[in-house]
Design a protein around this ligand. Structure first.
Ligand SMILES: [Fe+2]
Length: 160
C-alpha cells in the first residue's frame, strides 16, 4: 500500500496497548465487508449502531441512561459511550466472571485517518474498585479490490 520509500514511522499512531502479548490473548485475522471502507469507518464510529444491529450486545432498557461524547486531538477523533449502572448483557455475562447484575460499561472508538480504528470496551462493577473486564481491538481497513491490501483485524482481551 503506497510507496515504501515515502513511509514515515513517526506518523503511525501508537496502538501498542492492543499488542501486549504478555497480558493479553490476541486474535488476528480479517473480515471481508462488501462496502466502502469509509462507510465501515462511519458505522464503527457511530456507537449507537450496537443497540440496533447486535442484539446480543444490546440492553433490554434501550439507551436509557447512556452518555455520549466525542473528542478530537490533531487528526484523531474518538467517540465515547458510557452506560453507567446498566444490566450486564448476555455477551458480557459470557466473557466476564462476575456475579453482579449491573455494571458500568464503556465503549470508546478511536479513528485515525484514513482507516485505522481502535476500540476500547469494557465493564466495571459499580462498587468502587470493583472487578473489571476490558477488551481492545484494532482494525486497519483497506480497499479489498486491490489484492495487495488485506484489511487487518486484531482483538485482545486479558488472559484468564
Ligand atoms: Fe458493529
Amino acid at each position: 500500500m503506497g510507496n515504501a520509500d515515502r513511509a514515515d514511522a513517526e506518523l503511525i499512531p501508537d496502538f501498542s496497548p492492543v499488542c501486549d502479548e504478555a497480558s493479553l490473548r490476541i486474535i488476528r485475522g480479517y473480515t471481508h465487508v462488501n462496502a466502502n471502507y469509509e462507510l465501515i469507518s462511519d458505522n464503527l464510529l457511530d456507537l449507537s449502531h450496537v443497540e440496533y444491529l447486535h442484539p446480543d450486545f444490546a440492553r433490554r432498557e434501550g439507551f436509557g441512561n447512556f452518555k455520549i461524547g466525542d473528542g478530537a486531538d490533531g487528526n484523531t477523533i474518538t467517540a465515547y459511550l458510557w452506560k453507567p449502572n446498566s444490566p450486564i448483557t448476555a455477551f458480557q455475562r459470557m466473557l466476564w466472571d462476575t456475579t453482579s447484575e449491573r455494571a458500568d460499561s464503556h465503549v470508546h472508538m478511536r479513528w485515525d485517518p484514513p482507516s485505522l480504528l481502535y476500540l476500547d470496551t469494557g465493564v466495571t462493577e459499580c462498587e468502587s474498585a470493583g472487578k473489571r473486564w476490558r477488551q481492545l481491538s484494532f482494525r486497519a481497513l483497506s480497499d479489498a479490490r486491490d489484492s495487495h491490501n488485506k484489511p487487518l483485524f486484531l482483538g485482545a482481551r486479558p488472559k484468564c
